[in-house]
Design a protein around this ligand. Structure first.
Ligand code: TYD
Length: 396
């Protein structure tokens, strides 16, 4: 049975950066209610009422995975590992974004699936790219008469697709006999541990645990056989999945991960009820910090126009009165306004000037990279604010 445990209130789509803050544009902004639920039989944590993907993955999709050095390196590393371990003949990626993963393979081996046309356009010249949503129909079109995939890779995508049953059925159909599905998604264990409630937004329909994922793939004839922890996106997991009949043996690493998830009671509703109380405390403390600093007339900005920070700002109602502006390196976010709170987004070259007293780490998942880059800001007395694992100020 699905039980709602966290209400994050009225939220806009996290990627719907606005081109203008005119009354007309703002009046058309789409909002929905973001409730998070726990399924007491499958242990799946999900957005209670997912938004239709057609509104989310459009030809204006902003996120570019290649923008970050951390992500570029991470994808190059896993590509090398998969090549060495499995020597795949056919590799398919579901959600290929700007090609950051597939570019590590020979072009005749790759099939890319990317429903956002602006992104699919970036890879289609070099790689076989389908500008479509992943489903049974597409799997049939690609694989009915062709060699099946030895590796299906999908990072930060499967957790975005509402219909998991069809997704995994289509994957089972598309995998070769001993083929491996490798998926990466934010870790529920980390979300609970870090009180990082900002991992919940419209696109993150699911935040998986190994426990819940094993349950949901079973009815598609798939099984989990290995898993590893990743530092990316503020704590993610990589899962290795195969057909029931494949020869891959369940690893000891996976046994330990499942044991730890049970120890953390990720299979109990009480864990999530306790979590929602911690979220409320985190919100109150963050608002207190912002208001206190603003009363002292400090200049506060936000660093990274992340989707995650959209959840925070709209849930905590932290808007233009508390944040002067947001900086982001992504060109197509600059000059726009954040969803819901309509804070202007500018380049860090202009925004990270010596008037800034505090910078909220909207991109806290890149804390290491950012702190290393902003040594001068810290040296001259600038400070960061973070809400993870609990709101606090970071100075040098
Ligand atoms: P991302 O990690 O994809 O988070 P989310 O999924 O919540 O949107 O986004 C990170 C954003 O932060 C991206 O827009 C780029 C930006 N960014 C900076 O502006 N400066 C930086 O130094 C880094 C690392 C990221």
């Amino acid at each position: 049975m699905k039980k709602n445990f966290l209400n994050l209130g009225r939220q806009p789509l996290a990627n719907s950066f606005l081109v203008s803050n005119s009354k007309k544009t703002l009046s058309k902004e789409f909002f929905y209610n973001l409730n998070i639920s726990f399924d007491t039989s499958s242990y799946l944590v999900s957005v209670a009422n997912p938004v239709n993907p057609k509104y989310q993955y459009t030809d204006k999709y902003a996120h570019r995975a290649s923008e970050s050095i951390t992500m570029r390196k991470a994808f190059a590393k896993i590509a090398k590992k998969l090549n060495q371990k499995y020597s795949p003949k056919i590799i398919m990626e579901i959600g290929s974004n700007d090609g950051v993963f597939i570019k590590n393979f020979k072009k005749d081996k790759v099939i890319a699936i990317e429903p956002c046309k602006n992104l699919a356009d970036l890879t289609k010249k070099k790689y076989k790219t389908y500008p479509n949503f992943w489903n049974k129909k597409l799997a049939n079109k690609i694989f009915l008469k062709s060699q099946k995939a030895d590796i299906i890779f999908s990072a930060n995508t499967i957790s975005h697709i509402p219909n998991l049953k069809e997704t995994f059925d289509a994957i089972e159909f598309s995998l070769s006999k001993n083929g491996v599905l490798v998926i990466e998604d934010p870790s529920l264990y980390s979300v609970i541990k870090n009180i990082s409630y900002d991992q919940f937004y419209d696109e993150h329909v699911y935040v998986f645990s190994a426990l819940s994922l094993s349950n949901v793939i079973r009815s598609s004839g798939l099984r989990l056989f290995d898993s590893e922890k990743l530092d990316t996106h503020g704590g993610s997991m990589r899962y290795y999945i195969c057909k029931d009949s494949a020869t891959h043996k369940q690893t000891r690493k996976l046994d330990i991960i499942i044991k730890n998830e049970k120890k953390a009671k990720l299979d109990k509703l009480s864990t999530y009820i306790h979590f929602s109380k911690q979220v409320k405390k985190s919100k109150d403390e963050l608002i207190r910090i912002f208001k206190k600093l603003k009363n002292k007339k400090k200049t506060i900005i936000s660093y990274g126009a992340t989707y995650k920070s959209s959840t925070i700002f709209n849930y905590c109602k932290i808007g233009k009165k508390l944040i002067d502006y947001v900086t982001d390196t992504t060109l197509n976010k600059q000059g726009k306004f954040t969803p819901g709170q309509h804070i202007s987004i500018i380049s860090p070259e202009i925004g990270m000037n010596n008037k800034v007293d505090y910078a909220f780490l909207g991109a806290w998942n890149f804390k290491k990279e950012i702190l290393a880059k902003e040594k001068e800001f810290l040296r001259r007395g600038g400070k960061f604010i973070t809400h993870v694992p609990f709101p606090k100020i970071i100075s040098k």
